[in-house]
Design a binder for this molecule. Structure first.
Ligand code: MSP
Length: 650
């Protein structure tokens, strides 16, 4: 079977951050998993290089646009190469064959009468490269997606008849429940389409950095809209409009995207494909956002986490493991060094690393590093059944893109291994002259490690190769079929010693992120003092502070007087909160998914009272509520008994 996996193509207006790395890790893991299963897999990534946003970024950097695009595109490619991302092709939308393919697709849509010429006047968000109808703007001015100010643009434009595809799209969603994953997101798309689709402006005349109109149309003042150009990369990469060399990989198995660009992939892209008479991708997998301290990462806030820095400090495979294990696909996740260190120390070092060390140690002591599996089935049927059950469950989780559950399940193998050692105490058996029983337990665990390494290899390819070397076997489709599908045991192991794979991390390793952590907790400190503080931060990734630092944050009990939904936002509520006599604050809080406006009125909350006011969706917010969020959702932190509004916490 052939598989086609894609990442979004990344805008070349800035270097990669961990959000980009996350999409790429998921796609890489999926591609490696398919290859392990023996499926011929094409994995595409690349860069999106046209449009006003890129043109403006190049100008800001005082560089010719192409040169700027070349440079940033290379930073993405180099980073993926350094991370050993197993892409089959890296496409750039400035590639000549891509641009020719886009022009051909445009002509085909025009010939089908799916594209017509008219005028467009509307509110345009440069950052999102999208027009929005007035009804969708926040406060008649701000972009409903990113909150930035929009501007009014009037242009002659070609339009794609998106409205024509409304019914066909709805029918497709209905008949293909796996088209949008997680399935919970399908409703939002269906409702959007049911709300009525406007025809889509697919050319621009206000700038020139884009794919030119096909010459045959004699209309060179237009360039093709960046999203039409960009989405077509998924087929031009296969040779659409050119040699069609890899079109047999179409339709794509999964387009991985962030939730912010799901609409483009689940509405526009299928409509374009219908117009081109091409089949639709099987799945659009939309993941959530990575935030820092609950906030979107942005350069201006100085809270962007660089994947290169994290990987330099902790290793790229530890980062991959962390990101894929930490967050259920589709949900948002918060990056913190502490959470990363916890997973390295407890799951990688304790559960997996120690088990490998114990097997290397025991095999050396008891059997000169040779392990024979002959007696495993005689003494360990129960464990073998449990192992098979875990292995049988894994494929389901991967096909549902529930990689965190896949890993959670996989880790049960290490529990089985550790429990077997604790229960059967091979060292006691050796003393009691029951050597065959002792060696059977060691062989059981060696087999667990081998099977687990195979299944972990799509997530941690290098580390698992080291494990396989230590156990003296190879991870490939053959060993996958034998040890995982057919549940066989490796007959003989010839163990090699390897240094510990996951040394424990005793203190945070990234100063710069610590700095951002301190900044974002609004603790203003002189930098020399900060340095001192970081150097003394020794335990479990905690950033230790002095008591005085804590008291610089003013925490107060507040009483909610009024609450209402922020229009056009799913997450935000606008509250009036009393912090005592003459101190009533307007606070915008992202808690609507967990609390309705009505349920909050006349309840108490805890408020950070000395944050600098900031605007959210154009609305002033004068404080922040304390809340705790885990996988079950968000919960406000409140005083146990009612307290006077304005009472200090501390
Ligand atoms: N160029 C378009 C995609 C065109 S695909 C035909 C684009 N580029 S992007 O560089 O802005 O974003 C690329 C991907 O990174 C998107 O899937 C987006 O969701 C993801 N992320 C950007 N910031 C992110 C986080 N903070 N967290 C997780 N992913 C985020 O959109």
């Amino acid at each position: 079977m052939s598989k086609y996996i894609t990442t979004p193509i990344y805008y070349v207006n800035g270097e990669a951050h961990i959000g980009h790395a996350y999409t790429t890790f998921i796609a890489d893991t999926t591609a490696r998993y398919e290859r392990l299963k023996g499926n011929k897999t094409l994995f595409l990534t690349g860069t999106d290089e046209h449009g006003q946003k890129i043109e403006e970024s190049a100008q800001k950097n005082a560089k010719p646009t192409q040169e700027f695009a070349d440079e940033i595109s290379a930073t993405f490619k180099n980073l993926w190469d350094e991370f050993e991302i197993s892409y089959s092709k890296f496409i750039r939308t400035t590639d000549k064959d891509h641009m020719v393919g886009v022009q051909k697709a445009f002509v085909k849509m025009l010939e089908k009468d799916d594209i017509y010429k008219d005028f467009y006047e509307g509110h345009y968000c440069v950052s999102c490269e999208t027009f929005f109808p007035e009804t969708q703007l926040v406060d008649g001015e701000f972009c409903p997606d990113c909150g930035r100010t929009t501007s009014i643009v009037k242009e002659e434009s070609y339009f794609f008849r998106l409205s024509k595809y409304e019914d066909k799209l709805l029918q497709h969603y209905k008949e293909n429940p796996d088209f949008i994953m997680p399935r919970s997101r399908a409703n939002e798309i269906t409702n959007f389409v049911k709300g009525g689709l406007h025809d889509l402006s697919v050319t621009r005349t206000s700038f020139t950095w884009g794919v030119k109109m096909p010459k045959s149309l004699h209309d060179d003042k237009h360039v093709i809209y960046v999203w039409l150009d960009a989405l077509l990369n998924y087929i031009t990469a296969l040779g659409y409009g050119d040699d069609e060399a890899d079109m047999n990989f179409w339709p794509a198995s999964t387009h991985f995207v962030g939730k912010d660009i799901l609409r483009f992939h689940a509405i526009y892209w299928p409509a374009f494909l219908m117009s081109l008479d091409l089949p639709l991708p099987k799945t659009i997998g939309a993941h959530g956002w990575w935030t820092r301290d609950g906030e979107k990462m942005s350069k201006s806030k100085g809270n962007v986490v660089s994947p290169k820095e994290v990987s330099d400090a902790y290793g790229v495979e530890n980062l991959r493991y962390f990101m894929l294990r930490e967050v259920p696909f589709g949900q948002d996740g918060d990056f913190s060094q502490r959470a990363l260190i916890d997973r390295i120390n407890s799951e990688l070092s304790n559960d997996l690393g120690n088990l490998l060390n114990r097997i290397i140690g025991m095999s050396g002591k008891y059997s000169a590093y040779e392990i024979d599996s002959t007696d495993v089935a005689k003494y360990h049927t129960q464990e073998l059944d449990a192992i098979d059950k875990v292995l049988d469950s894994l494929d389901h989780y991967m096909s549902e893109i529930q990689i965190h559950r896949y890993l959670e399940e996989l880790w049960k193998l290490f529990s089985i291994g550790n429990a077997a050692i604790t229960e059967h105490e091979p060292w006691v058996k050796i003393k009691d002259n029951e050597t065959d029983k002792a060696l059977a337990t060691v062989a059981l665990v060696a087999n667990i490690l081998a099977k687990a390494a195979i299944m972990l290899s799509p997530i941690m390819p290098k580390t698992t190769t080291t494990i396989a070397n230590a156990l003296n076997f190879e991870i490939n489709n053959k060993s996958y079929n034998e040890l995982v599908v057919n549940k066989k045991l490796l007959k003989l192991f010839n163990i090699k010693k390897v240094p510990p794979l996951f040394p424990r991390v005793e203190a945070p390793l990234m100063q710069e992120v610590l700095q951002a952590e301190a900044n974002s907790s609004k603790v203003e400190k002189k930098s020399s003092k900060k340095k001192e503080k970081f150097e003394s931060a020794a335990n479990f990734g905690e950033n230790l502070i002095e008591i005085g630092d804590f008291f610089e944050t003013s925490l107060k009990v507040g009483t909610v007087l009024e609450a209402e939904n922020v229009p056009k936002s799913k997450k935000l509520l606008k509250l009036k909160v009393s912090l005592g006599v003459n101190d009533t604050r307007q606070i915008v809080a992202g808690i609507r998914e967990s609390y309705s406006a009505e349920s909050l009125v006349e309840t108490q909350v805890c408020v950070v009272a000395n944050l600098k006011p900031t605007k959210l969706m154009g609305i002033m917010s004068e404080g922040m509520l304390l809340a705790a969020k885990d996988e079950d959702g968000l919960s406000l932190i409140r005083p146990e008994k009612p307290k006077k509004a304005g009472t200090l916490i501390g």
